[in-house]
Ligand binder design. Structure first.
Ligand SMILES: [Zn+2]
Length: 251
């Protein structure tokens, strides 16, 4: 398992690279690319949301509650005044930070059902529904946001497989079980709930056909390949090389 810093840094680097590729292929606009990178980082910490260390668990929930309530305030289409938006945003924050946190703390087991590929699907699918139904995102952006949360979760599970320390830097025995499991077979009831929520969320997702069609368009692939590597020696390197050559001539 990896610690908190490794999860956040690794997920930010990986989702930042992917979202830049989407931006350079002209598949998303700049604000959406930022949203996708951010979603990847959230996905990178979600599998450890059931942490049984009280202090970091509260930090994770406070962070998630801030992100979700701010996202709701900025994406709300309702004709509400500043004060109403602020009050509803604050209520949403308090709801996630206290009752939802308490429920997680009471009913979940660390590295249980939420630390699995099935839960990554649930988090991803849930994000698509939230982004589309509650945060008024377009269908394509909502799907991409969910995909980035899913990728962030899978990246988290992969890092946990590689490292042998946990979220708080405590050493973990190899016999503690695989971090990368499809479903948690030791806890059948919670695992069934995870799968059920994934299917229920799927019913409320918008159509994904538009995005799938865009992703297969050769035009976007060409743009990505054209922009992936520098075309010749870039100007800034050219200037550094010529400064180096000039200084050698003077010597
Ligand atoms: Zn983990």
């Amino acid at each position: 398992m990896a610690n908190f810093n490794t999860h956040v840094t690794g997920a930010a680097a990986f989702s930042g690279l992917l979202s830049t590729m989407f931006l350079k292929a002209d598949l998303v606009a700049l604000p959406d690319a930022f949203l996708l990178a951010f979603s990847g980082v959230v996905g990178g910490i979600l599998p450890d949301i059931d942490l049984k260390y009280s202090h970091p668990s509260k930090i994770v929930f406070t962070t998630l509650a801030v992100i979700i309530s701010l996202a709701w305030v900025f994406s709300s289409n309702a004709p509400l005044s500043v004060v109403e938006l602020w009050i509803f945003g604050l209520l949403l924050f308090l709801f996630i930070r206290y009752p939802v946190w308490a429920a997680f703390d009471k009913f979940t087991v660390h590295r249980g059902s939420l630390h699995s590929i099935a839960a990554a699907c649930m988090f991803g699918m849930g994000t698509v529904v939230l982004a589309f139904q509650c945060f008024n995102q377009a269908a394509d952006v909502a799907w991409l946001t969910g995909v980035f949360v899913f990728i962030g979760c899978i990246f988290h599970l992969t890092l946990d497989e590689i490292y042998s320390v946990d979220f708080m830097d405590q050493r973990i025995k190899r016999s503690f079980g695989s971090a990368m499991k499809l479903v948690d077979m030791d806890r059948i009831v919670p695992s069934s709930v995870v799968i059920l929520i994934t299917f229920l969320a799927w019913i409320f997702t918008p159509p994904s056909g538009g995005l799938l069609q865009q992703l297969t368009e050769p035009e976007y692939h060409e743009k990505l390949f054209d922009n992936f590597l520098p075309n010749g020696i870039p100007d800034y390197l050219q200037s550094v090389i010529s400064i180096g050559q000039n200084s050698r001539v003077k010597e």
